[in-house]
Design a protein around this ligand. Structure first.
Ligand code: BEZ
Length: 353
């Protein structure tokens, strides 16, 4: 294992009104594939895994996860966990240009982070490339992963058709536009909302655009994760797959769901959320995350608000009627009806939000 070295202590966490300050510390460690920077919020809780996040291409931990982790209802969840937010190499400010690691090598850097922090298990939350990296890490280190929330995961390597389309797009589009097309749906991009303008601006004017392009290239050169239902190569922990109902990766996530163990996998397809549900629907994602943690035996209803408790009670009692976790669960949300439902297709359990 390469020498682990802390080189930075920075970061201030913006506080919500009425919230007590929580320590946030940024560290860098050397790994066999270069240094990796990560920011730790909160303090380790005995007998609880750390929540470890990994962001998508074109973003960093803040631009990818801040709206979710600073969402008001999220506070009662995350106060029970220490959080480790990894920045892909070269995404932190002033980062030099690299011989960039492959996604598999980025996954292989995670043990150095955990060793440095002396954390033994995690619940991973990843988006896009970050979801792939955490899934690869879980395949290699299943004993250290208690659960995974994988948003917009595409577990497949690009086929030749994808490459042809990618090359064609590259003839007419800049790298930032290609990355925006990976992050957001065409409808969102043409709608040009404030959110799109904000993220277009962040990516187009990023001082580290060269490094972003390297992370993008690693993503496009990813290997197939080769999941097979019932086979040796599969995720063994509880998994919540999340995708927006018009997201660019909808088909890939649906296919991924079909390849994972249905007794361990929940599939959340979110209405009206576009390509980045953690940015556009943090409330619904927070609620689904709460149920996910409850299913893993964390977040007892006694430590939740009265509203959440009543929602959860109706879900868990309905779930116990269903009997067990032996079937695939589909969670689908509709912002119009304001409902969150959970259950196997044709046997839907529903709770009102
Ligand atoms: C957190 O509390 O874990 C957090 C705060 C700000 C940005 C991202 C995460």
């Amino acid at each position: 294992m390469a020498e682990l070295q802390e080189v930075q202590i920075t970061e201030e966490k913006p506080l919500l009104p009425g919230q007590t300050p929580e320590a946030a510390k940024t560290h860098s460690v050397e790994t066999p594939y270069g240094s990796v920077t990560f920011t730790v919020y909160g303090t380790p809780k005995p007998k609880r895994p750390a929540i470890l996040t990994y962001h998508d291409v074109g973003l960093n931990y803040k631009s990818c996860f801040q709206p979710l982790f600073q969402f008001e209802d999220m506070q009662e969840i995350i106060q029970n966990f220490v959080r480790v937010h990894v920045d892909a190499p070269g995404m932190e400010e002033g980062a030099p240009v690299y011989q960039y690691p492959s996604l598999d090598q980025l996954a292989d850097m995670i043990p150095c982070v955990l060793q440095y922090l002396n954390f033994s298990t995690i619940i991973g939350v990843g988006v896009g490339a970050g979801a792939y990296i955490l899934a690869r890490y879980a395949l290699n280190h299943p004993d250290t992963v208690e659960g995974l929330v994988l948003i917009n995961i595409d577990p497949n390597a690009k086929g030749w058709m994808d490459w042809a389309a990618h090359k064609l797009t590259g003839l007419t589009s800049s790298i930032p536009e290609m990355i925006l097309g990976h992050l957001f749906s065409q409808e969102e991009l043409s709608g040009n909302s404030e959110l799109i303008q904000k993220y277009r601006n962040i990516i187009t004017h990023a001082p580290n655009l060269d490094n972003i392009e390297l992370y993008w290239n690693s993503y496009n050169n990813r290997r197939d994760l080769n999941f097979e239902r019932g086979g040796d190569i599969t995720l063994r922990c509880p998994v919540m797959l999340v995708v927006g109902d018009q997201a660019p990766h909808e088909d890939a996530v649906v296919e991924c769901n079909s390849k994972l163990d249905p007794t361990q996998t929940s599939f959340l397809k979110m209405a009206d959320s576009g390509g980045q549900p953690q940015l556009t629907q943090p409330g619904k994602l927070t609620e689904a995350f709460k149920y996910f943690l409850q299913g893993m035996g964390y977040m007892a209803s006694s430590c939740m608000t009265r509203l959440s408790r009543s929602r959860t009670a109706s879900l868990t009692s309905a779930a116990s009627v269903d009997g067990n976790r032996s079937r695939s669960r589909t969670l689908s949300q509709s912002s119009e009806s304001g409902t969150l439902s959970s259950g196997p297709p044709g046997h839907t359990m529903e709770v009102s939000c």
